[in-house]
Write a protein that binds this ligand. Structure first.
Ligand code: ZN
Ligand code: ZN
Ligand code: FE
Length: 741
């Protein structure tokens, strides 16, 4: 007789009915129960059956379940005459919320089965699939505390809901056309249009309209990705001239669009159903203006019944972009998208908790998470050590917060990319919910050193003990936490912007770091950044300033006005409105604009991406190298800038310059790490920071470090960009606390 305790994501994902069915099949007796920490099982039966039972739970559990801990205890003196699902007595303190799950294959089959009572019903779901996080009001997860509470179950649904052998046993969002939510189709003024909403949507999408579609974590703005005019209409309306859009593909047609292997297809099909960035096929029917001047394309598969109803052979490719203005949070109601859409496909099941689609970049040897949100949050992630209850407040871009409790943390969904009131409201609102659901009251807040970040000001406005953490230290610590590293590392943080302890803007940093402190071993030499953030949107101004600083006559630059030249020269001469920066992101901007790529950018990292694409992924030889100086704690990039300027004026092919530039960074990084190793004896190297989203660089640096016997840790479940700063803040805040003790 055994007692099993299982925790992880095991509630609200069909775990109990699965255990029940398995026990019945193996003729075991006992019970299964949702407990405060997970699932508890007592079973008796033959030794052989018990063995099989454990193996089958581990191997065959429902796809959305995730087993973190599996405790087996032998007990005596208990016997049962049957196997049953035990009613939970006190479910208070049950602090698990499953992420939203893509619709499963069984439900899709029924969706298209004319004889099924839920045939063509847009809200079909079961214990293995459907909304979870997005419909929850409170814990423990139960229908009366979800946005399904106003839909009273009919007898048919109730029969399934209460039958332990049915795959909808205790599926909280269970619904059918008789009792559940209904679709509605609206014009741009929110007036209802008669007829079948799905038929209307398909017809109007094919005719080139832009339609707001209510999804799981928020609205998508949808249009036909094979219609160039519609795509450019969408770009104008969203005021988004170049930033790539993701495309939802009819599964049978996805291989026409991108290079894809089986593993990548499985990832797309997984319950989290993320957007995956893959190499675009040359012959792809997707219009060029979907992801202009970009060899890659973000693709995803239909993950709600509505998506499956709309996509078909005849309408196989839809842009499905987050329903928002610019970098604001995603909309949960159609009214918020007024002016952006021609029509709306909506419904009456409220979205209580918003989350954007998650984004993963396919990479070797590991994929890189670019945005961790729908399908992944709010699963707890384990930390390498116990913490006091802590809030990591996040940064300014790609805002998330992290709340820790004991040895785990809960990451917020992606909140937004701005410091607007809407972003702050979404932030504080989500924080309030997390504290309630996870029964968590922070005793410590940790924020960025930057005085002007919205998240810093928010942290300062509370009365709690506050610690401030250097941005790149947080970048490195987040990766250390992800890999449960316990000892100091050599941390490379190549990034755009981060406030340094000396007030300069850092971003090309190599640290000796642990969870409580860091030493700056190397950094790019300081260069003059004119006009702060304004220059970041006009990389050509950075080039101009960097060339002046390098003693090069910048007059060969073409895409800069006389006024801009005059102002920058004056600023540098008078040391007025000039910031000192060691940023790697700005070095990329400088070089890209010198090559004539995007003298002005419309989205973050646009020119850096162009430089990456130009360099290609092969054809850079180890010998192609620009000069640099590595002295004391400085990587002097002035020789590199001079040499590139020389190549540009000699009209060397751009892809060669771009490739050589990447190779140079890889080479000086290796040299700096070797020196750092000689000084510290450390062999573990962590790579992080927004610039590490650059695949050529991430793969290139990893490769040369591995070749030189270093152990390399790269971000994988957490993003390399500012989306994981909050996690780094949590672990450093606690590292500092521990050290004091
Ligand atoms: Zn299902
Ligand atoms: Zn029903
Ligand atoms: Fe950063």
């Amino acid at each position: 007789m055994l007692r099993l305790k299982i925790n992880g994501i095991v509630q609200g994902v069909g775990f109990r009915p699965f255990v029940y069915k398995t026990a019945i099949e193996l003729e075991l007796k006992g019970y299964v129960l949702n407990s405060t920490s997970g699932v508890e099982i007592e079973v008796c039966g033959s030794k052989n059956s018990l063995q099989q039972f454990i193996e089958r739970i581990k191997k065959e559990h429902p796809p959305a379940a995730y087993i973190r801990e599996f405790e087996i205890e032998k007990v005596t003196d208990i016997s049962y005459t049957e196997f049953f699902i035990k009613q939970s007595q006190n479910r208070k303190g049950s602090t698990q919320i499953s992420p939203d799950l893509a619709v499963c294959e069984n439900c899709i089959r029924e969706l298209f089965d004319e004889s099924d009572p839920r045939s063509n019903y847009a809200f079909i779901n079961c214990t293995n699939c459907g909304p979870r996080y997005s419909i929850i009001e409170n814990t423990p997860y139960d229908r009366p505390v979800t946005s399904m509470k106003d839909f009273e179950m009919c007898d048919y649904c109730n029969g399934e809901y209460t039958d332990p052998l049915n795959r909808r046993f205790h599926a909280q969002p269970i619904a059918c056309p008789t009792c559940g939510p209904q679709l509605k189709f609206l014009d741009k003024n929110f007036v209802e249009i008669t007829g079948d909403p799905i038929v209307n949507a398909i017809k109007l999408l094919k005719e080139g309209n832009i339609i707001g579609i209510k999804g799981i974590g928020g609205f998508h703005i949808a249009c036909d990705a094979a219609n160039e005019q519609t795509v450019s209409k969408l770009r104008k309306r969203k005021d988004r001239p170049h930033k790539p859009f993701a495309v939802m593909c009819y599964p049978e047609k996805i291989s026409e669009v991108v290079e894809i292997n089986e593993e990548q297809y499985e990832l797309l099909k997984s319950p989290a159903a993320p957007i995956v960035i893959l190499l675009k096929k040359e012959s792809s029917p997707i219009q060029n203006n979907v992801a202009p001047q970009n060899p890659n394309l973000g693709v995803f598969l239909p993950y709600t019944p509505i998506h499956h109803q709309i996509l078909s052979d005849e309408l196989p490719f839809l842009i499905m972009t987050s329903g928002n203005f610019h970098d604001e949070p995603i909309a949960a109601e159609e009214k918020e998208l007024s002016g952006l859409c021609d029509f709306f496909l909506t419904h009456n099941r409220p979205i209580l908790n918003r989350s954007d689609d998650s984004v993963i970049r396919a990479s070797k040897p590991q994929n890189v998470m670019m945005r961790i949100s729908r399908g992944y949050v709010p699963s707890p992630i384990k930390l390498p050590f116990k913490t006091v209850q802590t809030l990591g407040a996040g940064a300014e871009l790609k805002i998330t917060f992290a709340l820790s409790k004991e040895d785990s943390f809960f990451l917020s969904p992606y909140i937004g990319n701005s410091n607007s009131k809407q972003t702050l409201d979404f932030y504080t609102d989500t924080l309030k919910k997390y504290k309630k659901w996870f029964e968590l009251e922070p005793e410590l807040i940790v924020c960025d050193l930057h005085p002007d970040y919205m998240t810093t000001r928010f942290a300062e406005s509370t009365d709690l003990p506050l610690k401030k953490v250097q941005h790149h230290h947080a970048h490195i610590a987040a990766v250390m936490a992800e890999h449960h590293l316990g000892e100091p590392v050599i941390g490379i943080s190549y990034d755009g912007t981060g406030y340094g302890t000396d007030g300069a803007i850092w971003g090309g940093e190599i640290f000796l770091a642990d969870y409580s402190k860091f030493e700056r071993l190397f950094h790019l030499n300081y260069m003059p950044l004119p006009g702060g953030d304004a220059a970041i949107r006009h990389p050509i101004r950075i080039t101009y300033a960097y060339l002046l600083e390098s003693g090069i006559d910048p007059n060969f630059l073409e895409k800069i006005s006389e006024t801009e030249k005059r102002i920058i020269s004056k600023q540098i001469k008078n040391k007025f409105n000039i910031f000192q920066t060691s940023s790697m992101g700005r070095l990329f901007d400088c070089i890209a604009a010198m090559l004539g790529l995007f003298p002005e950018i419309t989205f973050e990292a646009q020119s850096a991406m162009a430089l990456e694409f130009l360099s290609g992924e092969k054809g850079i030889s180890d010998k192609d190298n620009y000069p640099y100086n590595l002295e004391k704690d400085m990587i002097d990039i002035i020789p590199l800038i001079r040499a590139v300027a020389n190549d540009v004026q000699r009209k060397e092919p751009l892809h060669k310059i771009a490739g050589k530039f990447h190779r140079t960074i890889i080479n000086f990084t290796l040299e700096a790490v070797k020196k750092a190793h000689r000084k510290t004896g450390i062999k573990k190297v962590v790579l992080s920071g927004g610039v590490m989203q650059n695949k050529v660089l991430l793969e290139g640096i990893s490769k040369v470090l591995l070749k030189n016997d270093f152990t390399v840790f790269v971000p994988s479940i957490l993003p390399p960009n500012d989306g994981s700063i909050s996690v780094g803040q949590v672990v450093i805040g606690n590292g500092k606390l521990k050290k004091r003790k």
